[in-house]
Write a protein that binds this ligand. Structure first.
Ligand SMILES: Cc1ncc(COP(=O)(O)O)c(C=O)c1O
Ligand SMILES: N[C@@H](CCCC[NH3+])C(=O)O
Length: 468
């Protein structure tokens, strides 16, 4: 085992498999290209600015911790995906982060919206999102959710089980509507990502198995139903994926199924959705492809496979979430406690405790997700120290950034900024330890606007039937 000594700290398991960013201290002042939202810069005096505002001003207006979403960057990414995939239907995956404001931005930039719960659908509808441009997912859609979707004219429902087919047929017949549906299939692809966010291997809860034959049976059943308008197939292989190999295998297997279905029924399915899952940069180890590169790669794959199966190219769609909402988001925390923990042999590890934690970002604890961070309120010439940014929760795994070089003169009251924090952090936040969830604000042209207000302790206490 190699021990890495940096300014008195030690990374005890920096073996040959250590991430690149641990190999040598980096200048902790620098906002590394590709990690930060488009308008993030060090302003005069060294303070970080986002959306034309110094972080101190964002926090003065919105408190701490806070998630700042760079509106120009978010809109720019949404538009870039729409343009790169012109001719496709692009659905923004609302599970990555959704609110009324976000639904409006997504709509204005010309994207469709993927929702997967009663809550997400309700937000979208209340925000005025055109139901015809909404796709509905979920492996256990409730009666209430399906009724809402069918009665409001949601554009497509992605069916996940035989029970759902039965439920949907009954509600469709009752309401006198014939909803457009896609069948979600399990392609058996082992996506190169964390086990918990891979979704196309055989032994998991989503979709109908192609290999097991259930997918073809479900397709034939929907095709024969007077209450359902079968339009196509859906495949989602997982999340935070960087290479197109998994998509290639998924495309081959879904198109083969389309051709089998055509042979069996004489019907050509018009649509194929390849799902989301496109990776983003959380650290300098990550190098995501651009939407334009992905569009070229995926289009080539589809054309090649269609030729092989003698199929016409279907109408294609996809569902990026993280790639649109992740990079524009910066999490801002305030340092409260600094502790150098003795590891023996004269070594220590610096623990920097901030005013948030696993309640606002569960990803490091859940998936061992890596993040980066800087001290945002100032620059310094103090040497970098390998540090660990931790939260305030009563849990040893309450880590926000496992290993990061931060200046050795870090002090109480400093601001820690974490890039690429817009996806699956606030949207997966909890109230662990009765912790109110942070605010989310939009920042643009020097102005802060509230996207989600900060929860208060009173919000939480109001839920408690045992308190006055
Ligand atoms: C069906 C489906 N579509 C789209 C997404 C969005 O994934 P991502 O945010 O990684 O692009 C997910 C989440 O993994 C999903 O389950
Ligand atoms: N929540 C996951 C992504 C998967 C969610 C959608 N199926 C993450 O934080 O990476």
């Amino acid at each position: 085992m190699t021990h890495m000594h940096v300014a008195g700290s030690i990374h005890a398991d920096a073996s040959s498999a250590a991430p690149v960013w641990l190999e040598k201290p980096v200048d902790a002042n620098v906002l590394v290209d590709g990690l930060w939202s488009g308008t993030a810069v060090r302003g005069q005096g060294g303070e970080m600015h986002v959306g034309g505002l110094p972080v101190s001003e964002i926090m003065a207006q919105a408190g701490s911790p806070v998630y700042a979403i760079d509106e120009i960057d978010f809109r720019g990414r949404a538009l870039t995906w729409a343009q790169a995939f012109s001719g496709w239907k692009v659905y923004y995956a609302g599970k990555s982060f959704l609110s009324g404001t976000i639904a409006r931005w997504v709509s204005e930039e010309g994207l469709n919206l993927d929702v997967c719960s009663l809550g997400e659908l309700t937000v979208a509808l209340r925000a005025g999102f055109d139901p015809a441009r909404i796709g509905l997912h979920g492996n256990n859609k409730s009666e209430e959710l399906l009724r809402l979707a069918l009665s409001t004219g949601v554009g497509r429902i992605i069916i996940d089980s035989s029970d759902e087919i039965t439920r949907l047929e009954r509600i469709g017949a009752e309401l006198g509507v014939r909803p457009p549906v896609l069948i979600r299939v399990t392609t058996g692809v082992e996506a190169h990502t964390h086990e918990y966010i891979a979704t196309a291997h055989e032994d998991q809860k989503f979709g109908f198995s192609i290999a097991g034959g259930q997918a073809l049976v479900a397709l034939v059943r929907c095709q024969g139903s007077p209450h359902l308008d079968l339009v196509g197939l859906h495949s989602h292989i997982g999340s935070q994926i960087f290479d197109t190999n998994g998509f290639e295998v998924a495309a081959r297997r879904t198109l083969r199924l389309m051709s089998q279905f055509k042979e069996a029924t004489g019907v050509t399915l018009p649509e194929l959705d390849l799902g989301g899952g496109f990776g983003i940069a959380y650290t300098i180890d990550d190098s995501p492809a651009t939407p334009a590169d992905l569009a070229r790669g995926l289009s080539d794959i589809i054309e090649h496979e269609c030729r092989a199966f003698g199929l016409d190219k279907p109408l294609l769609s996809l569902e990026p979430g993280r790639a649109i909402s992740g990079p524009p988001g910066t999490a801002l925390y305030t340092v409260g406690t600094i502790k150098d923990v003795e590891l023996g042999g004269g070594q220590s590890r610096r623990y920097i405790s901030v005013d948030g934690g696993m309640s606002d970002n569960i990803r490091p604890a859940l998936y061992a997700a890596e993040y980066s961070a800087v001290v945002a309120n100032r620059v310094t010439t103090a040497p970098p120290t390998l540090s660990r940014v931790v939260g305030l929760h009563c849990e040893g795994g309450d880590i926000l950034v496992r290993d990061v070089f931060l200046p050795s003169d870090i002090a109480i009251g400093d601001v820690i900024a974490v890039p690429a924090a817009g996806a699956y952090s606030r949207s997966m936040a909890s109230n662990y330890n009765h912790t109110p969830r942070p605010a989310v604000v939009g920042v643009r042209d020097g102005k802060v606007s509230v996207i989600l207000r900060r929860e208060t302790l009173d919000d939480l206490l109001a839920l408690d039937a045992g308190l006055d």
